[in-house]
Design a protein around this ligand. Structure first.
Ligand code: HEC
Length: 110
């Protein structure tokens, strides 16, 4: 289980290196849509703006605390800890790649 984060990070990194500009922006767009659909009713998902729920930190703040790949791993397993009334999420590997790409862009890593 410890390996999952780095492996996902490497997968996302090689995707960024090999993909042309168009597929990469499509991946980013998909990640943005997934997070808007699932997280935005509580967390702000963009580069600015306040969260709908004041006690839910904006995702752009969360990505400064945790590497995007760690967050994606937690999402793949179904995030629960620290989320009393947050629904449990599970995402497909393709979705996870898109989520990492978008979170990395929020963190200014790509
Ligand atoms: C129903 C509202 C709700 C939804 C939907 C929701 N969250 Fe949360 N989330 C919260 C709240 C409230 C907290 C703060 C919990 C606390 O600090 O005790 C939180 C905290 C977090 C944290 C921990 C932040 C930290 O610094 O410890 C992460 C990571 C997170 N959310 C990610 C997500 C992601 C990714 C999604 C979408 C897939 C999502 N959340 C959807 C309400 C929500």
């Amino acid at each position: 289980m410890k390996l999952t984060g780095p492996v996902l990070a490497i997968a996302a990194g090689s995707l960024a290196l090999t993909a042309s500009a168009q597929p990469q922006s499509t991946t980013l767009e998909r990640g943005r849509q997934i997070l808007e659909a699932n997280c935005q009713r509580c967390h702000a998902t963009g580069k600015d703006g306040a969260s709908a729920r004041p006690d839910a930190p904006p995702l752009r703040t969360i990505v400064t605390r945790y590497p995007a790949s760690d967050l994606a791993e937690a999402l793949a397993e179904g995030i629960v800890s620290g989320h009393p009334d947050m629904p449990e999420f599970t995402f497909e590997p393709d979705d996870i790649d898109a989520i990492i790409a978008y979170l990395d862009s929020l963190a200014g890593n790509n």
